[in-house]
Design a protein around this ligand. Structure first.
Ligand code: AMP
Ligand code: MG
Length: 506
C-alpha cells in the first residue's frame, strides 16, 4: 500500500546544498502489519521555538544556513522529505499490568537518517496529528510538555544515560484542548530506534511466528549485529536486551530518576530512556517516591523500578517464546532461566553505579559485595530517615564546600557512617581526597529540579525562553559548579515537593 503525497507538501529547500541528510526507510522493509503509512497533519502557523544545533551537528547535519521558517515547516510535518514515506508504528503494550493494543497515536516517523559514522537514527515527529492508532486522542501535544521532554532528555544525555533526544520543538500556532486550551507543539524525537517491548508483544499476539522472527532479525541487525546468524540468537537477543535494560534502570536509580510510566510500550529494545511524559527527579530520598498523577498505587515508584524492569523483561521473554524454540516447553525453560538472571544483572549494575558515586573500587579489590551493599544501604536508610536530598548528599560526601547539605556534618549518625566509608576507602588504597575527585565527576551538581523545571516552562509558555535556556545550559554540564551557576539551581525546593504531580499523554 502506498499513499500519495501532494507536491506542495515536499520540502521546498534546494537539496543541492549538502545538508548531510542520508535518508533511509529500513523499517518499511518489515511486513506491512508493523506500520501504517500516514501523513502528518499540517499545522496552522509553525514557528521554530527550539532547535538543537549540537545534536544536529552530531548527526552530521548542517542546517545552519536553512532559514528558521523552512526548518519549522519540516519539523512540524507541514513539509516532507521526497525520500521515504512517513508512517506510524503498530505496537501493543502492558499498561499498568493490563494488555492493550496501541501504536503511535500521535507520532509520525519522518524518516531514518544514517550519520557519517554509519549509525542509523529515527527522526520522529511527536504531536504530528491523528494516526490509525490514535483511538480517542487528538494526535496533538502541548508546548509545555514538549519543552519539558526537550529539557529532561537533554539533561539525561548530559548525565551519560542512554536516551532518545530532542532535535526541535515547533509551536503549531494552534490550541490543544486538555483540561484547558493550551498552545500546541510538535517535538522532533531522535532515537536509535523506536522498537519497543510492545512491538514484540504486538508481533506475538498476531500468531505469525515468521513475522515475529522477521521483526527480531531486524532488531538484531539494527542493535545487536554481532548476533546475526548465530545459533540460539533469539535467546541471546533476549539476554542482550535484558543487559541494556538492567544497565539503564541502574543508571536511573543512580541519579534519582523516576520514569513514571514503565509500561512495556515505553521500554526501548535498544535500551534508551523513552517517553518523557510523567518522569521527574526525586529530591529527598524515599523509595516510595511517585510523581505521576495516575500512579495511585506506586507501581512505578522510584524504588520499584528494578522490579518493574524485571516484570517487563518477563513480558518480552514471553513474546519471544515462539521463536526461541519450536518446542514450547523448551522455550519456556530457556526463557525462564534467562529472566531469572535479571535481578542479579540489575543488582550488579546498581552496585557498580553506587560504588562509583561513592568513589569506591569494586572488582579490583577483594572487598566483598555484601560489605558494600550494607554500607550503601545504611547511607540510604540514613537519607530516608532524615529526608536528605539524594543528589546533594553525594555532593556533600564528595567534599563540595558550597553544598547545601553541610548541616549533615552536625548529625552524629551521618559522621559515623562517613568514618566507615573513609575506612573502606583506605582499604582500597588511595586517599579520601582522591576518591572525592572521582566522585565529583559522576555526581551531578545540577539536575532538573521539579520546581525549576515548572518555573522555566511557565516563563516559556509566556514567551520568555531565557530562564529555559539558562537551565538547559546548566543541565548540559551537570557535574560542573560553574561560576555563572546561579546558586539556587542546586538546592531542592524549600519545604517539600510531596505534592508535585506529573501527567501522562500530555
Ligand atoms: P503514553 O502514555 O505517552 O505512552 O501513551 C500511550 C499511548 O497513547 C501511545 O500509543 C500514544 O501514542 C497514545 N497517545 C498519547 N497521547 C495521545 C494523543 N494526544 N493522541 C493520540 N494518541 C495519544
Ligand atoms: Mg509512550
Amino acid at each position: 500500500m502506498s499513499i500519495e503525497v501532494p507536491q506542495h507538501r515536499f520540502w521546498d529547500v534546494s537539496l543541492e546544498t549538502d545538508m548531510g541528510w542520508r535518508l533511509e526507510s529500513t523499517y518499511l522493509g518489515l511486513p506491512e502489519t508493523f506500520y501504517s503509512q500516514v501523513l502528518p497533519e499540517p499545522v496552522a502557523r509553525p514557528q521554530l521555538v527550539k532547535f538543537n544545533t549540537t545534536l544536529a551537528n552530531s548527526l552530521g547535519l548542517n542546517l545552519d544556513q536553512i532559514p528558521m521558517e523552512k526548518l519549522a515547516n519540516l519539523f512540524s510535518g507541514n513539509q516532507l522529505f521526497r525520500e521515504g514515506l512517513p508512517f506510524a508504528q503498530a505496537y501493543a503494550g502492558h499498561q499498568y499490568g493490563g494488555f492493550t493494543m496501541l501504536g503511535d497515536g500521535r507520532a509520525v516517523m519522518l524518516s531514518e537518517h544514517r550519520d557519517p559514522d554509519g549509525r542509523l537514527w529515527d527522526i520522529q515527529l511527536k504531536g504530528a496529528g491523528r494516526t490509525p492508532y490514535s483511538r480517542n486522542g487528538d494526535g496533538r501535544a502541548a508546548l509545555g510538555p514538549m519543552l519539558r521532554e526537550y529539557l529532561i532528555s537533554e539533561a539525561m544525555y548530559a548525565l551519560g544515560i542512554p536516551t532518545t533526544r530532542s532535535l526541535a520543538v515547533v509551536a503549531t500556532g494552534e490550541r490543544v484542548h486538555r483540561e484547558r486550551p493550551l498552545p500546541g507543539a510538535v517535538l522532533t524525537r531522535i532515537a536509535i530506534s523506536h522498537l519497543r517491548v510492545g512491538t514484540f508483544e504486538y508481533a506475538n499476539c498476531r500468531n505469525e511466528p515468521e513475522e515475529l522472527a522477521t521483526l527480531a532479525d531486524y532488531a538484531i541487525a539494527r542493535h545487536f549485529p554481532e548476533l546475526t546468524h548465530q545459533p540460539d540468537r533469539m535467546v541471546k537477543f533476549l539476554r542482550s536486551v535484558m543487559q541494556r535494560q538492567a544497565k539503564l534502570v541502574a543508571q536511573w536509580m543512580a541519579v534519582g530518576f523516576v520514569h513514571g510510566v514503565m509500561n512495556t510500550d515505553n521500554v526501548s529494545i535498544a535500551g534508551e530512556t523513552i517517553d518523557y511524559g510523567p518522569c521527574a527527579f526525586m529530591n529527598a530520598y524515599d523509595p516510595a517516591t511517585v510523581f505521576s498523577s495516575i500512579d495511585r498505587h506506586g507501581r512505578y515508584a522510584y524504588g520499584n523500578q528494578p522490579r518493574i524492569a524485571n516484570w517487563n523483561m518477563a513480558r518480552f521473554a514471553e513474546s519471544l517464546l515462539p521463536i526461541i524454540s519450536d518446542d514450547r516447553n523448551e522455550a519456556i525453560e530457556v526463557a525462564t532461566t534467562a529472566v531469572h538472571e535479571f535481578p542479579h544483572l540489575i543488582q550488579a549494575d546498581w552496585l557498580s553505579a553506587l560504588r562509583l558515586k561513592l568513589g569506591l573500587h569494586g572488582a579490583a579489590t577483594d572487598i566483598d559485595e555484601a560489605h558494600d551493599h550494607s554500607l550503601i544501604n545504611d547511607l540510604l536508610d540514613w537519607m530516608k530517615q532524615n529526608r536528605a536530598d539524594f543528589t546533594n548528599t553525594f555532593r556533600t560526601l564528595a567534599g563540595d564546600e558550597e553544598n547545601v547539605g553541610c548541616a549533615y556534618w552536625e548529625d552524629q549518625k551521618f559522621c559515623e557512617w562517613v568514618a566507615r566509608w573513609e575506612t573502606r576507602v583506605s582499604v582500597q588504597g588511595g586517599s579520601v581526597a582522591q576518591a572525592q575527585e572521582r566522585m565529583k565527576a559522576v555526581n551531578p551538581v545540577v539536575i532538573p529540579r521539579n520546581h525549576r523545571v515548572e518555573e522555566v516552562l511557565a516563563n516559556a509558555n509566556r514567551g520568555d525562553f531565557q530562564p529555559f535556556d539558562t537551565l538547559l545550559e546548566l543541565l548540559r554540564h551537570p557535574f560542573e559548579r560553574r561560576s555563572t551557576n546561579p546558586a539556587d539551581y542546586a538546592p531542592p525546593p524549600p519545604g517539600t515537593d510531596a505534592c508535585y504531580q506529573t501527567f501522562c499523554g500530555t
